[in-house]
Design a binder for this molecule. Sequence first.
Ligand SMILES: [Zn+2]
Length: 279
Amino acid sequence: MNAGDDVFLIGDARVAEPLEGLVVVTAGNQLVLPPGADKPLWSHQQLPWQINKLDTIHYLGHYNGERCYALEINADEFAGLELHTVGLGNYLGKISDGLFRLLGRALQITDWYRSHRYCGNCGAETTLLNGERARACSACGQSYYPRLSPCIMALVVRGDECLLARNTQWKGSFFSALAGFVEPGESVEEALRREVMEEVGLQLGELHYFASQPWPFPGQLMIGFFADYADGNIVVDDVEIAEAHWFHYRNLPEIPGSFSLAGHLIRTFVERCRTRNGD
Ligand SMILES: [Zn+2]
């Protein structure tokens, strides 16, 4: 698929009527496949369900010029239809970037809608706020928006070497850049310096913003930096990090695919080293 065929533009919360176009059907954290299809994208004419409550269908935006929506179905609506479901993780690196973002957005929006039916403050029912992507409590007024969790990602660089680590939770033997959640009360830059110090005991010099990526597992926003090494020796925390080493760009271990921000950071580092060294 070329880039011109893969444009996903986010739309605002108001339901764009009439309901025409593409629908991403979700069931919990799974995507529901149309009969015989390998991608979870339905045309609205294909839906075997009657849509009668407008607030259960969520306008997401435009994908390749077509309106698209998310619809969550429950077990009763599912019964007897012999439909297959698939997790978003199965599509990592296998579908276009725009489609991946569309599917991730659908799952995050339906998850938010389902999990905020009741107010966490007082327990009363919530209702959709008119014209906004928010549910508000009718009793106490508290409102609930879809939640994103910012995460930093750091590729620590020392000349022709970068620091890669293996996480204790990961299956397989690949190494990646360091990452961690931003804490309340912290800037992105502070989070990055703290995570690197906690996980591998290194002090950093300058930080250079690179790129960001939505990571809907379930709701992270990855924010990637190159980070110049300043001082210290590697001391791994043994909690999150099993091992961490400096790797020369010509001699890297197995790394994540280029679809992920980590893979993109590491490959960009290698390209820059090659250019600088005339490889
Ligand atoms: Zn309330």
